[in-house]
Design a protein around this ligand. Sequence first.
Ligand code: FA5
Length: 343
Amino acid sequence: MNMLDQLKALEQEALATLAAALDAASLEEWRVAVLGRKGTLTHALRGLGQLPRDERPAAGAEANRVKDRLEAAFTTRQETMQQAEIARALAAEAVDVTLPGRPPSLGRIHPSNAVLRRIYAIFGQMGFQVYDAPDVELDEVNFQLLNIPPDHPARDMQDTFYTKDPRVLLRTHTSPGQIRAMRDHAPAPLRVILPGKCFRYEQVTARSEFMFHQVEGLAVGKGITMADLKGTLQEFANQLYGAGRHLRFRCSYFPFVEPGVEVDMDCILCGGQGCRLCKYSGWLEISGAGMVHPVVLRNGGYDPEVYSGFAFGMGPERITMLKHRIDDIRYFFSNDVRFLEQF
Ligand code: FA5
């Protein structure tokens, strides 16, 4: 067989095997076997040099044509294969855009936080700033500086959770924040609310949790009187529960105020007639309060001969219960969405 026939036969065979190559591996095998350094075509091209001179131009031209043809065929086959691979991948990863989506579930503000924000806004309008005090407190600040020495009977009303260090406990009320705020500001006049979590080691019931929020209020300055306390709480009740609320101040005892009071508001359900909510008394308790005790003023850095102040402490969960007529405080922190999503 002369060179030209040999080249034609090589071309036919190579094209036939190329057509049979169905994957990338066999395509690569074909490239090595035909176009590679030791491939059949390369081998044939090398043989051109041994041809007689007059046969070389024709054989050379034919060899180049075959080489171009096979290279072009290889490229085309490779591209076709890549396209097919892309098409297969796209089909496999196809997303059905007509499927209904998963709706994101919308969060809500927790009812305790919602009423806290409302309380901040109301007292903010009256010039009270929010002061943050720690949940983990010293016995000294939670009790002693508030006029409750060790073994004082008032400690029985506010037992708490203790840490390994007997000096450190979880605060039972926000009142220790009074000491911290006063020490931060004295002797400048001061008007703050102190919101936050409180903890008590007590029986959990429909009205009492072992963890709950309080909002403390404190105003210290010259010439502050009980009338300021009454006016401030009256304005608060009007803003939160609607204008025209009636408040009642009942004598009470807290070691850190003198005089001390419990503040009641006319029942929001019956307007004072008497119903189940107010236990037929016509009144709902909303806050403990009083004039800051001289000992506490002194512990906070104010001279009680010159300065006076009022303080109050209320429970936002109980306030929310009244507002929305919730009959069990345990709903607040049991994380039942059927409860939480109503707010
Ligand atoms: C106090 O804790 C005083 N520190 C309040 C105070 C501040 C008086 C400043 C005078 C001057 P009391 O123990 O009554 O007081 O609690 C105040 C409010 O916290 C209660 O009216 C109630 O709303 C809320 N509270 C108390 N204990 C619980 C509890 N276990 N679960 C839910 N709320 C509670």
